[in-house]
Design a protein around this ligand. Structure first.
Ligand code: A2P
Length: 275
């Protein structure tokens, strides 16, 4: 069976296009490009849409009879009145080759039901929360660091973001700066939230894969913190498939147990989707 042809129809749903069952059609309110591989966009938030900070939804475009939908973490906090997403651009990616061209006023499809395991409820109480992310895997943490609940549950929040190049760190750095200045969470975040950046393919202050920096202990030296332990530390992980496997192994080696929505434990894992 041949796939329906995908036409990049970007200004609103085309005449006669039926919004798929279970989807919202949402107007794009803002687009910002960071590099030739990364951009973010905001869409209007339907009044009936509720989610927990850290969850993801399926996103698509009204450009085919059966639109290609991909999972995207919501990068804005649950109290925000618009929804933000942070995306990779892949030249031949089934969705992102078109999505990267969206502009203000275009329409994006979003399935109505959010889900995900990178939620505070999937973790047992602890002292420190480690957020380990690579690439666009920072998106769910961009949501969680702006949620006051995060600081009610943890005394210290370590947002760790590893990228290939320095320019790919900008999004996270801007979100952290905005969080530190935010009237709702700024006071708590200035006291409790720290950003740790590393690059792998360009010189930077700290260089190397997050996993290597944890294994060698360099990250603890840099942050002046003790190694991750089941007693004090909780970990959320979001990145590529290989990164998740490596980080999961690290957590298991430290003696942490993997949690889920219905069974909170000491660490949780989610793939930073999309191609
Ligand atoms: P590297 O440059 O060594 O591949 P990507 O843009 O491909 O998603 O990668 C984002 C960052 O994640 C890069 O710095 C990359 O390093 C790093 N990375 C890739 N695989 C792993 C892994 N298994 N564990 C930790 N970091 C990884």
């Amino acid at each position: 069976m041949t796939e329906p042809a995908i036409q990049p129809i970007l200004q609103g749903a085309p005449a006669g296009f039926a919004i798929p069952n279970g989807c919202f059609d949402l107007a794009v309110t803002e687009v910002q490009h960071y590099t030739d591989r990364l951009f973010r966009f905001r869409v209007e938030r339907p009044a009936s849409f509720r989610f927990r900070s850290g969850e993801f939804v399926m996103i698509g475009l009204p450009n085919a009879e059966r639109p290609v939908m991909r999972a995207y973490s919501i990068a804005s906090p649950s109290w925000d009145d618009t929804l933000e997403f942070y995306s990779i651009k892949v030249p031949d990616g089934p969705l992102t080759q078109h999505l990267q061209k969206i502009r203000e006023g275009d329409t994006v499809l979003m399935r109505k039901k959010p889900t995900g395991t990178l939620v505070l409820d999937a973790l047992t109480p602890g002292k420190r929360l480690w957020m380990l992310s690579t690439g666009t895997g920072i998106a769910p943490f961009a949501s969680l660091i702006r949620d006051p609940d995060t600081y009610e549950r943890f005394e210290q929040v370590l947002l760790c973001h590893g990228c290939r190049q320095v320019a790919e760190l900008t999004y996270g750095q801007q979100i952290v700066a905005a969080t530190h200045a935010d009237p709702l969470v700024g006071d708590l975040a200035r006291d409790r939230l720290r950003l740790f950046n590393t690059t792998t393919r360009e010189p930077y202050g700290v260089q190397g894969r997050l996993t290597d920096l944890i294994t060698t202990g360099a990250i603890y030296t840099h942050l002046d913190l003790p190694p991750i332990s089941p007693a004090d530390d909780r970990v959320m992980i979001c990145g590529s498939k290989e990164m998740l496997t490596d980080c999961r192994d690290i957590c298991l080696n430290y003696g942490l147990e993997e949690g889920a929505n219905n069974r909170p434990a000491e660490f949780v894992v989610e793939k930073a989707f999309v191609d």
